[in-house]
Design a protein around this ligand. Structure first.
Ligand code: PFF
Length: 457
């Protein structure tokens, strides 16, 4: 990370921003969340809708967020305030900061499991062949133990806080450059084993043969939420990262790369999980434990399986870390820019908040009964956070951002920003149409539908 000519930090290079933004985007959302929501929502048809949303909503909103950030050179609250000093727009930034803490709290619980599974695999817990029943028992024992769950949550938030205290990305650029390609390689190795298992075919069919009768309004809302979550959109993470982007970068090209990498990893994760899942006779709709139950059943079937398995969970932990860094960074940038706190106390304070808020999520997999299945709703606390923070809050954020850029900041404003230093605004007309009409109308329609049909979860 270099010091820019003004006081604000900047990414080392254009590749630096793409790497950091891809680091934020690629994470548990791709490898943990994408397969299980796809499993819960019927498979291939969900994937088709997901890809449509990445292209029609994710991509335009990504460009909008980066442009807002680069233009204002501030955190989300300050950015809205700078571009539209009067009115309520900074509230969109506040919503983002609150959502950042909310997502960080439960995301770190799952990231903690990932780290725990790295240690377990390394110690040889999965070196013998495992049936799916055995794998389920191991998983339930692990996540149901309150001390283990809270301990891992603590550890993971600590990792995140330490990195963020050090400055925006002293290291993110360098780490991501080496570790992401490595994660892809391990993903490929495990996927090859998964698709060649006996009985894998059914999984491929589930994943690739769309049956649109399985889609309802709830599934469509989930696909949209998943696309935004996976791309880190709707809460200002890309506004914050965009605020460190140099004026010579082409925002459209950068956004295109980030969307491409992120979608590639998610699609690959599906090829890893579904064949093995069907080969092992597991239920695709079994929820957040999916990846942790499926993967250990194939490690013993691969030469050096414990080694590759441990490597995979380690890299996934790092991928999660580069995402939690961006979540925490949004809140820290807010405290530093707007409240004039120093970086270290701000990071410490916000991570303590996230830790406290994460405790009920950590206890919601058997640790405490009523948190695991909450009265009336029938969902666990983490599931609830995941739906409200990780879906609806991001969706509302993306809706407001598209209205802001499309109608308040306006096309002239954004155009001047994107075309800085002679950069070409590729697909400008299409983009304008998407951000002004398709994004807000589609999101609004989905909301009305789920409210009317009471299909919230
Ligand atoms: N995009 C991350 C993932 O897919 O794991 C999660 C995330 C990070 C969501 C940052 C939102 C965000 F602002």
């Amino acid at each position: 990370m270099q010091q820019a000519s003004h006081e604000r930090e900047a990414w080392g290079s254009r590749v630096g921003f793409v790497l950091a933004a891809a680091g934020s985007a690629v994470g548990l959302g791709n490898i943990w969340r994408f397969p299980y929501v796809t499993g819960q929502n019927g498979g291939a048809a969900f994937v088709v809708i997901y890809i449509l949303f990445v292209l029609l909503i994710g991509m335009p909103v990504m460009v909008a967020e980066i442009a807002i950030g680069r233009h204002a050179r501030r955190n989300p609250v300050g950015a809205f305030r700078k571009i539209a000093p009067k009115g309520l727009w900074p509230l969109v930034g506040f919503l983002g900061v609150a959502t950042g803490i909310g997502i960080l709290s439960y995301y770190s619980v799952i990231a903690g499991w990932t780290f725990g599974y790295f240690i377990k695999t390394l110690l040889g817990a999965f070196s013998q062949s495992m049936t799916s029943e055995q794998s389920i028992v191991v998983f339930n024992q692990f996540v149901g133990n309150p001390l283990i769950a809270i301990g891992h949550l603590f550890l993971f938030i600590l990792f995140t806080a330490v990195v963020v205290m050090g400055g925006v990305s002293a290291g993110i650029e360098r780490w991501v450059k080496i570790l992401m390609p490595l994660l892809l390689v391990l993903l490929l190795i495990l996927t090859i084993r998964s698709v060649t298992l006996e009985g894998a075919r059914k999984g491929l069919e589930f994943y690739l043969k769309p049956d649109f009768s399985k889609l309802d309004g709830g599934a469509i809302a989930m696909a949209l939420g998943q696309a935004l979550f996976s791309l880190s959109l709707g809460m200002g993470a890309m506004i914050t990262y965009g605020s460190y982007v140099g004026k010579q970068d082409n925002i459209i090209v950068s956004a295109g790369w980030v969307c491409f990498f992120d979608t590639l990893v998610a699609i690959l994760a599906g090829f890893l999980i579904f064949p093995a899942l069907f080969a092992r006779g597991l239920d695709p709709a079994s929820g957040p434990g999916l990846v942790f139950v499926v993967l250990p059943t194939i490690f013993a079937e691969i030469p050096l399986g414990s080694f590759f398995g441990a490597g995979f969970f380690l890299l996934l932990t790092v991928a999660a870390l580069t995402s939690t860094i961006s979540l925490l960074e949004v809140t820290v940038a807010y405290m530093v820019d707007e409240k004039k706190w120093r970086r270290k106390p701000a990071a410490l304070f916000m991570s303590c908040l996230a830790f406290l808020l994460g405790i009920p999520s950590a206890l919601s997999f058997g640790g405490v009964d009523w948190l695991s299945r909450m009265p009336r709703i029938g969902l666990g606390f983490l599931d609830l956070m995941n739906i409200f923070m990780g879906n609806y809050s991001l969706t509302i954020g993306a809706f407001l951002i598209s209205i802001f850029v499309g109608y308040k900041w306006g096309m002239a404003g954004i155009r001047a920003e994107v075309e800085q230093a002679g950069a070409v605004f590729f697909f400008r007309k299409t983009w304008t149409f998407l951000i002004r009409f398709i994004c807000p109308v589609a999101i609004f329609a989905i909301f009305v539908y789920i409210v009317v049909t009471k299909n919230y979860f």
